[in-house]
Write a protein that binds this ligand. Structure first.
Ligand code: HEM
Length: 536
């Protein structure tokens, strides 16, 4: 498709030609006017071709099954935008007959291909994963907040970074982090017990879990104390709260991003933009300070720790700027997601008192009170020996995955599940829709049922035949590097909360409204009525 500069050159040649020819006639246009008119006509024709002629009449994708009701110019955008991210895909995946791919369109008929079968999803994530990259608009949106670390690196550079960071995420290393996870979980519960007394039982659980996960990524990820549990006004906690908590304006901006490139939106003089820019400055400064203090320790021949950043420093494969970017990536990806899982867990357990009680019984039976006195004795074995805790964590992550879908873009003409997909098309991996798909999980796929993970041999599969049925952390070389970290952290936080408190829903808070920003989360935060239970 012709670029803007190509159109400008053609318009210039035509305008010079036309004004020369016209000089013989009585009616004369200036070259500038002819240039502007020619350029406008050519741009308009290109727009018409891109937005109407190609997608509706020529695109090879148009023969793939597509959801009904597309708007002639806005495609399916108007159907998708009013809902939480990824929710409509659940219905589409089940109700529209297809062979593994669905074709839908966003604003100006921009094509999207959604994978709906295990075969299609596994090709994108595993067998052909490097035929796909993260789309530019999504990179532009994430880069300032996450830094250009392993999450945004592509191709060979991604392989190199992932290999250098991997030692920090091996299970043998994660096992050693249980005391850190457990200590912070207990500190969170202690602080919530005080809050509960001061606020007549009504506690904003979402705020506490976000503070706890920030402290955990600081301690376990960087050997650094952020003190967010003890100091709610702490700078880092406040800036993340600002960047991540969805406000009406940021949700509108998310919608506007469908029509206007992210980089252009960021330049507009809006409060949301200035707030985000200020937050990014604080995050970068914090990241740089941590790296510098680690470099000094290393220079003083101190033993490097075995936290993520020490492993990265020790590998020697990253410049100081690279390390700042990696740290930003782990800070954001490593605390917000697990906090969201805790929010959904709390919401669900408040509405399923039997599950809550059964879980509490297991926690109180299997975690000795001595572990509450001396948190340094927490081991993976204690937590691995709690099948129901494992089942509840897996079921929460299945039914409400914090990241509801992932996006990729084809780097060349390719095929997915046997269908031709041209270069530059955005591919959707609908995590939430796979996780709740009836064909993969059975008729009760939409129900919260931890027992599906309890049957013999189903502790890791939930009874689904394919491991692609559960997409919460994705699969293959671009899957979540922090999966084992997150699951261990989630177990500890949930055990500490449910072991200590009885949780009830706040009256009137009956419907789960989900709101989207970087992750999907309960609108207005997660509130619960807590009662501290004795005897543990
Ligand atoms: C419940 C918690 C978590 C969930 C649901 C989750 C989910 C995901 C998903 C879906 C992706 C793929 C995103 C994409 O490619 O579009 C991802 C990537 C990633 N996650 Fe997580 N995550 C969680 C916790 C963590 C934690 C605790 C860490 C770090 C300590 C972490 C670090 C990362 C990194 C670095 C990547 C990029 C990996 C790569 O591209 O090679 N995540 N995560």
């Amino acid at each position: 498709m012709a670029s803007n500069s190509f159109l400008a050159i053609v318009s210039l040649i035509l305008s010079v030609g036309i004004t020369r020819y016209n000089s013989q006639t009585t009616f004369r246009w200036s070259t500038l006017w002819v240039f502007l008119v020619t350029y406008a006509l050519l741009s308009g024709s290109r727009w018409l071709y891109r937005v109407v002629i190609y997608p509706l009449f020529l695109s090879p994708l148009r023969n793939l099954p597509s959801p009904p009701g597309a708007h002639p110019l806005m495609g399916h955008a108007l159907q998708l935008l009013p809902h939480p991210l990824g929710l409509p895909f659940i219905k589409w995946m089940e109700s529209i007959p297809n062979d593994g791919l669905l074709y839908y369109k966003m604003a100006w008929n921009t094509p999207r291909i959604m994978t709906t079968s295990v075969k299609a999803a596994s090709e994108v994530q595993t067998t052909k994963s490097y035929d796909f990259i993260r789309p530019q608009n999504s990179r532009d949106f994430l880069a300032p907040i996450l830094g250009i670390g392993v999450l945004l690196a592509e191709g060979e550079e991604h392989k190199r970074q992932r290999k250098a960071l991997m030692p920090a995420f091996h299970y043998r290393h994660i096992k050693d982090l249980y005391p850190v996870f457990w200590e912070h979980s207990k500190r969170m519960a202690d602080a919530m017990a005080i809050d509960m007394k001061e606020s007549q039982s009504k506690v904003l659980v979402s705020d506490w879990v976000t503070r706890a996960t920030l402290d955990i990524i600081g301690a376990a990820g960087f050997g650094q104390s952020f003190n967010a549990i003890d100091e709610p006004q702490g700078e880092l906690h406040q800036v993340y709260k600002n960047v991540f908590s969805p406000k009406p304006m940021s949700v509108q901006l998310h919608h506007i991003r469908q029509f206007i490139p992210t980089n252009l939106l960021r330049m507009l003089p809006m409060k949301r933009n200035t707030d985000t820019a200020a937050a990014i400055r604080v995050i970068r400064r914090t990241a740089r300070n941590i790296i510098r203090s680690k470099q000094i320790k290393l220079g003083d021949k101190e033993q490097p720790g075995n936290d993520i950043i020490s492993v990265a420093l020790d590998s020697g494969g990253f410049s100081e700027e690279d390390l700042v970017n990696q740290l930003m990536t782990f800070l954001a990806a490593g605390h917000e997601t697990t906090a969201t899982a805790m929010m959904f867990a709390t919401w669900l357990l408040c509405r399923h008192p039997n599950v809550q009680q059964r879980l509490r019984d297991e926690i109180r039976e299997k975690i000795p009170s001595s572990l509450l006195q001396d948190t340094s004795k927490a081991t993976a074995t204690v937590f691995d020996n709690m099948p129901y805790l494992n089942a509840v964590c897996n079921e929460v992550l299945r039914i409400y995955p914090p990241v509801p879908f992932a996006m990729r873009e084809t780097t060349k003409d390719t095929t997915i599940a046997g269908s031709f997909i041209p270069k530059g098309v955005v591919i959707i991996l609908p995590i939430w829709a796979f996780n709740q798909n009836k064909e993969l999980w059975g008729q009760d796929a939409g129900d919260f049922n931890p027992d599906r993970w309890m049957a013999a041999g189903q502790a890791n599969s939930g009874g689904a035949e394919s491991n692609y049925a559960s997409m919460t952390f994705l699969h293959g070389p671009r899957s979540c590097i922090g999966q084992a970290f997150a699951k261990a952290e989630f177990q500890c936080l949930l055990a500490s909360l449910v072991g200590r408190f009885d949780m009830l829903p706040v009256p009137g808070d009956d419907t789960l409204q989900i709101i989207a920003e970087l992750t999907n989360k309960p609108k207005g935060g997660t509130w619960a009525l807590l009662t501290e239970l004795k005897g543990w």
